[in-house]
Design a protein around this ligand. Structure first.
Ligand SMILES: Nc1ncnc2c1ncn2[C@@H]1O[C@H](COP(=O)(O)OP(=O)(O)OP(=O)(O)O)[C@@H](O)[C@H]1O
Length: 347
């Protein structure tokens, strides 16, 4: 549905030149929710604005719904843009228009007749749960309600793609969650393709199918969300993931941790569960079949992208050979096993 190939964007010239995007390739299939995450200044806004040509890329091609946008003149572009809705961090509503009139605006501009506009706006307000505020002005609405109006307005021309530019960054966590739930709902009901940019991994985790990470204008890693959480390689990706997963070695264990095995030590492992992990009662299998006792220090197992993933810190107590066999068994069942060290047992 969206295909960016070799997109570069340079602002300014000579000494002042800023390379905001450097040969970015990104593909988003129809009906998918893709999240692009990065730190401030990484190039997220530039990237999303290149998709609807609010920024023209310096190089590369942008194809949306089979149409190449980069070579189009303004008229053709205006037509193609109807397929691409956008919402923003600060909502961008017109304060002098009611909720109804804000949502109606793109339809008025498209020349739709009044009765059809009324029907479409009523449907949209119902979809976003704001029928009862049709006559209110934006100033009288909460942040979450304003974003709902913006979503209804973006959906008015029946776009195929919705671009979300930090759409929940100005909202509190609870409202953020309700807006994300609405976006997921719309994605399912309408089959809408969504590209969102964010600096919050929690947003990605809540609703995205795939995620790409952007750093200094380059996409440095991408994949399905569940895969990403368990397999991401770059330091930056791991930092983002760590911000959502709370898995620390308790101090008491940290003090007894050594890097080499020795008498009276037990291996401490970090187990990674991904969408591929086989669902079976692994811990009781380890104790029954391998006589290895598993002490769980901490665990954070969650659902993202519709699959279970997460991590567990555990101490394995058993004969060395048996422990090795137990680890091999876990790996056969698609659990990642990372040896963090050896914990000295209490005297
Ligand atoms: N119009 C512009 N003129 C010059 N430089 C710009 C312009 N817009 C963005 N930049 C620069 O391009 C780089 C990427 O900016 P961009 O806004 O895309 O990043 P971002 O990841 O969205 O950051 P933030 O999360 O802080 O909004 C930054 O170095 C920024 O200063």
């Amino acid at each position: 549905m969206i295909k960016l190939s070799g997109i570069s964007k340079k602002y300014g010239d000579g000494d002042q030149a800023v390379y905001a995007l450097k040969t970015v390739d990104l593909e988003i299939e129809a009906g998918q929710i893709m999240g692009v995450i990065g730190e401030s200044g990484a190039g997220k806004s530039t990237l999303i604005r290149c998709v609807n040509m609010l920024e023209r890329p310096t190089q590369g091609s942008v194809v949306v719904d089979g149409q190449e946008l980069t070579g189009m003149d303004n008229r053709a572009l205006a037509r193609s843009r109807r397929k691409i809705g956008m919402i923003f961090q600060h909502f961008n509503l017109l304060s002098s228009r009611t909720v109804f009139a804000n949502v109606a605006l793109p339809l008025e501009l498209a020349g739709m007749d009044k009765a059809a506009i009324k029907q479409r706006v009523d449907e949209l307000l119902e979809l976003v749960g704001l029928s009862h505020r049709a006559n209110a002005y934006p100033n009288a609405l909460s942040g979450g309600q304003k974003q709902r109006v913006a979503i209804a307005r973006a959906l008015a021309p029946k776009p195929k793609v919705l671009l979300c530019d930090e759409a929940t960054s100005a909202l509190d966590p609870q409202t953020t969650q309700s807006i994300l739930t609405l976006l997921k709902d719309i994605n399912r009901k309408l089959g809408l393709t969504i590209l969102l940019i964010t600096h919050e991994m929690q947003v990605v985790k809540s609703i995205c199918d795939r995620v790409a990470i952007i750093n200094d204008g380059e996409l440095i890693e991408q994949g399905e969300v569940s895969w990403f959480f368990a397999n991401a390689k770059t330091e930056l990706a791991r930092r983002f993931i760590a911000s959502t997963i709370h898995l620390e070695i308790p101090d008491e264990y940290q003090q007894r941790l050594t890097t080499e095995p020795a008498a009276n030590t037990l291996p401490l492992v970090r187990l990674g569960f991904t969408g591929e992990t086989v669902d079976s009662p692994l811990i009781s299998i380890l104790s029954r079949s391998f006589e290895v006792d598993v002490t769980i220090l901490s665990a954070d197992i969650e659902y993202a992208g519709g699959v279970k993933f997460g991590f567990m810190l555990a101490e394995l107590a058993g004969e060395a050979e048996q422990t090795q066999a137990a680890i091999a068994y876990l790996q056969e069942h698609k659990i990642q096993v990372e040896l963090l060290g050896y914990v000295r047992c209490h005297d």
